[in-house]
Design a protein around this ligand. Structure first.
Ligand code: ANZ
Ligand code: ZN
Length: 863
């Protein structure tokens, strides 16, 4: 009698068993190969969303698979729990960020457990716990001692609505990455991590990250932005100072017809002082201060500038050239000043056209003659030097070396390397973050909090508001302290650290989460690191992954760990998307706001089926994983996410897809239940060459082992792995378990083998159900302690011959041999066959006749 697929009972039961038995706790074992598998930990926003379900389902399949493959797997989970949303929620819901965060974590942890993810919960990390952030402060101070942390005043990106500074990485097209509002420039002191000290290594070791997607590496390379070129000194007419510029194209020096300074350049105002230009320059510089720097540098921003009234001397042509100020030159890059070569640089070309400045060709294409009076755009590529004195006729690459040599010899300039990456500003004027462990004393200046006084505890009794900067300022007991050095009155640093600091080393802490005498325990961290597989969203391609790489290298240089890179392999999964419904009157609509005849329930207008887009509240196309859990259970939810698309691609939500996954699992239940009694009896293994009735099914099961194993291991193609399992299930559904009496054993054996194989292969995807059926069949222990099945390459090839074996002319046996079997292989197999041996007994063999590919006749001496 069918009991059906009671996922509720099954899932609750196994979640309890796994939890109580500590099934997924990892310890350092020297005998096994270790595998550190990590998914990006979530921000505890309140509930898990489909993106989490997908990300963590991908990870969990690998974790369970690898354990069955014999690896010692570390698969931890934690909470990236500092950050702004907690403060915003606290204001909105009149609660405390700590409580809001704690409640959210408790709920989301339960949700993750409902999903059946095999985490080692004993290693859980919460970033807002003093036990964790203490070590973030400790690392801050160690890096401060090494000169990798420093304080400076700088122009920062300031988000008015978040009331805090944003790193350059957190500004996207001039807008705040978090809330999309505009960012203004503001002068502010703050703390910086000297990530630029590792620019070269961060760049060069990307080449060794073979397990990383190329697009991510490209983004990181661009972000680091290495440029090889030269600095060249231009003297100024009738002035003491000189102007130093950075160029990657010193081969174009003879074409430099003017110079351009960044509006913030120290010389910008002073050069025009006392000249008729002064007023105009000041007005321009003031106006530029209000503009967003990243936007200014974008290629299609209109070029704007003003003449300073000053002239410089081109050190190679000795000509007087005018010095301008321009919007497209940035202070933070190179030297904040450029030589403009309009013939060979498009921005300079546009600027020259705009203001009627001279253009002189320096490098022309190899095969086309150009005329500077008729050029429509700059020739930016390589070519041949013209108008370039002794260098005329050289190829541009060769000329770059020759001119660099010349500049160095004459003392006019030197070869330099420039990086686009800037140091990482980590000061945030917010409450809910890790306090920066610094004290300011009147007498002693900047004093680090002594190590033995860590952690600086984030006070809890604060009132969180959005106005007037950090609420910490108002906590007198926090703000005022005695100076650790002189005992005099001092005050604490009020800023907290960017939450990206917390996520830059959490993966190290998972290896030894209870360590009390340092951020990590060396033996344990060195056993587990590096992370063998990291899985998360592509949105972290630059920010988080770059910071984590930087921290790993810095912590290595503190002597705490032995690895150079944190993540050996990286998988960036696609987004979870769904179609949208749009009413011409009411905008985006929820599915329940739409009638069955596709009309808006509010106004009756026809609903337009909108684009398939990433699930988001604003698009009203979100599916709450909890609804899915309630209706279909965790195994279906997991299976659907893994079946609907390969991990790196976007996943398109489909109700039918969910239904299909559920039906498949229900079918597995039937395949087992219908034959439960039979399957429970132990069946004697039958060697494959003799297997007849169950031969095709047995082979299909073995082929499935190969496909599923390779799909998971090589490409993470879980979707095709699941298709293979569906095919196997179909074949099992068609299989006749009942047949002639003499085939009963064979059929039972083949079917049992197929069931067992199917459950083992499916278990990483649908762990609860497979564990349950494994138990019902009376198999020993947890399915996750079982060994992953293997296959015999000769079994899975379908090409074979049926060899008839006769003894003295009478058919006594049949064997299946690989199609390539030659006479001697046939002969050997025939003589070794148990059924044949019975007929031979002790009789002497007179002769063995082989008919190739068909038959072997053994002729005996008779009795
Ligand atoms: C003269 C020249 C001639 C340039 C030419 C290019 C082509 P990358 O490759 O991105 O490093 N540059 C230098 N500092 C700048 C700043 N602070 N703001 C804006 N532009 C700046 O670019 C290096 C080139 O960008 C430099 O080489 C300089 O223009 C410009 F045919 O110098 B070049
Ligand atoms: Zn002091």
């Amino acid at each position: 009698m069918a009991r059906g697929y009671d996922f509720k009972t099954i899932e609750a039961k196994w979640q309890r068993v796994w939890e109580e038995s500590g099934a997924f706790a990892a310890t350092e074992e020297s005998g096994k190969r270790k595998f550190y598998l990590l998914e990006m930990f979530p921000y505890p926003s309140g509930r898990i969303h489909m993106g989490h379900v997908r990300n963590y389902a991908i990870g969990d399949v690998l974790a369970r698979f690898l354990r069955m493959r014999g690896y010692n797997v570390l698969h931890p989970m934690g909470w990236d729990s500092f950050g702004l949303p907690a403060e915003n929620a606290a204001i909105e819901h009149r609660t405390h960020p700590a409580k809001w965060t704690r409640d959210n974590i408790a709920y989301m942890r339960t949700q993750l457990k409902w999903m059946g993810f095999s985490y080692d919960w004993q290693r859980e990390i919460t970033c807002s716990d003093p036990g964790y952030y203490r070590w973030g402060q400790w690392l801050f101070l160690k890096l401060y001692e090494k000169g990798l942390v420093y304080k400076k005043s700088s122009t920062v990106n300031w988000c008015e609505s978040c009331q805090t500074v944003l790193a350059n990485e957190q500004v996207e097209g001039g807008l705040c990455w978090r809330d999309g509002t505009s960012v203004v420039q503001k002068e502010l002191p703050g703390w910086f991590f000297r990530i630029t000290a590792y620019a070269e290594e961060l760049l060069s070791s990307l080449d060794e990250l073979h397990g990383w997607p190329e697009p991510v590496k490209v983004m990181q390379r661009n972000w680091i932005g290495k440029s090889v070129g030269a600095e060249v000194r231009f003297s100024l007419v009738e002035r003491e100072e000189a102007l130093t510029i950075f160029t990657t194209r010193q081969d174009t020096l003879f074409g430099a017809t003017f110079m351009v300074l960044a509006p913030e350049h120290p010389l910008a105002l002073s050069l025009s002082k006392g000249t008729p230009q002064e007023q105009q320059v000041r007005a321009f510089v003031d106006r530029m201060k209000l503009e967003d720097r990243t936007q200014r540098a974008v290629a299609d921003t209109k070029k704007e500038g003003v003449f300073t009234g000053a002239y410089a001397i081109n050190p190679l042509t000795h000509e007087r050239i005018p010095v301008w100020i321009g919007n497209f030159v940035l202070l933070e890059y190179g030297t904040g000043a450029i030589m403009a070569v309009p013939s060979n640089d498009q921005r300079d070309f546009e600027f020259a056209k705009q203001y009627g400045l001279p253009i002189r060709l320096a490098v022309r294409p190899i095969d086309i003659d150009l005329d500077e009076t008729t050029m429509q755009q700059a020739h930016e590529g390589q070519g041949v030097l013209v108008n370039s004195g002794p260098f005329t006729g050289l190829g541009s690459e060769q000329a770059r070396e020759a001119i660099a040599d010349f500049l160095e010899r004459e003392g006019i300039g030197k070869r330099t390397v420039n990086y686009r990456i800037r140091d990482w500003g980590i000061s945030r004027q917010r409450y809910w973050g890790n306090p920066i462990p610094i004290i300011y004393c009147h007498g002693c200046g900047v004093v680090p909090v002594p190590y033995q006084e860590l952690p600086v505890i984030l006070p809890q009794d604060v009132e969180v508001t959005m106005k007037g900067g950090s609420p910490l300022q108002k906590v007198a007991t926090f703000a005022h302290v005695a100076c650790p050095r002189c005992g005099g009155p001092a005050r604490r640093e009020m800023d907290t650290m960017d939450t990206f600091v917390d996520s830059s080393w959490y993966f190290l802490r998972f290896t030894s989460p209870e360590a009390e005498d340092g951020p990590v325990t060396p033996a344990r961290v060195n056993y587990w690191m590096p992370v063998d597989q990291y899985i998360g969203g592509i949105e972290h391609a630059v920010l988080h992954l770059l910071y984590a790489r930087f921290f790993t290298k810095a912590v290595r240089d503190l002597g705490l760990i032995a690895v150079d890179e944190p993540f050996r392999r990286l998988l960036t999964q696609g987004m979870v998307c769904k179609e949208t419904y749009k009413c011409p009157e009411h905008g985006f609509r929820l599915p329940e706001e739409v009638d069955t005849d596709r009309a808006c329930k509010a106004c009756g207008r026809p609903i337009e089926i909108g684009r398939i887009e990433k699930m988001s509240k604003s698009k009203k196309n979100v599916i709450d994983p909890e609804d899915l859990l309630a209706r279909y259970g965790a195994d279906t939810a997991r299976l659907f996410c893994l079946f609907a698309a390969p991990p790196e691609r976007d996943l398109e939500w489909s109700d039918q897809g969910v239904e299909g996954s559920f039906r498949f699992l229900s079918k597995i239940v039937r395949l087992v239940e219908d034959q439960e009694a039979l399957l429970k009896q132990p069946s004697t293994p039958i060697p494959f060459p003799r297997l007849v009735a169950g031969r095709a099914l047995y082979r299909k099961a073995q082929q499935t082992v190969k496909r599923v194993t390779e799909d998971i291991e090589e490409e993470f193609h879980f979707n095709t792995a699941i298709s293979a399992l569906m095919e196997l299930a179909n074949e099992m559904g068609r299989f006749e378990l009942v047949g002639p009496a003499d085939e009963a054993d064979e059929r039972r054996f083949a079917y049992s083998y197929a069931v067992e194989t199917l459950l083992l292969l499916l278990s990483p995807f649908a762990p609860h159900l497979c564990e349950e059926l494994w138990e019902r069949l009376g198999r020993n222990g947890s399915i996750f302690r079982a060994t992953w099945p293997t296959y015999d390459p000769s079994v899975i090839t379908a090409e074979e011959i049926v060899m008839v074996i006769q003894v003295d002319g009478k058919v006594r046996s049949r064997l299946f041999l690989p199609a390539g079997a030659d006479d001697s292989a046939m002969r050997e197999a025939a003589l070794a066959d148990e059924r044949v041996k019975v007929w031979l007994e002790d009789r002497p063999i007179k002769k063995v006749v082989v008919v190739p590919k068909k038959l072997v006749n053994i002729v005996t001496g008779g009795v």
